[in-house]
Write a protein that binds this ligand. Structure first.
Ligand SMILES: [Zn+2]
Length: 54
């Protein structure tokens, strides 16, 4: 399975892992603006990276 991992560089923490099958780019963008918005508002660098897991 392929996942997208939302990672905050400033907090050094994974904010969430989302299965790409269920979470498309627009859905993840939405989550960044809602669930993870405090990091963005505080000027944190939030990266999205892909990884595969079996
Ligand atoms: Zn953060």
């Amino acid at each position: 399975m392929e996942f997208k991992e939302v990672y905050c560089v400033n907090c050094k923490k994974v904010l969430g892992r989302y299965n790409v099958k269920y979470y498309h780019d627009d859905k993840i963008g939405e989550l960044l603006n809602t669930a993870h918005s405090t990091h963005i508002r505080n000027g944190h660098q939030v990266n999205i990276r892909k990884f595969k897991k079996n």
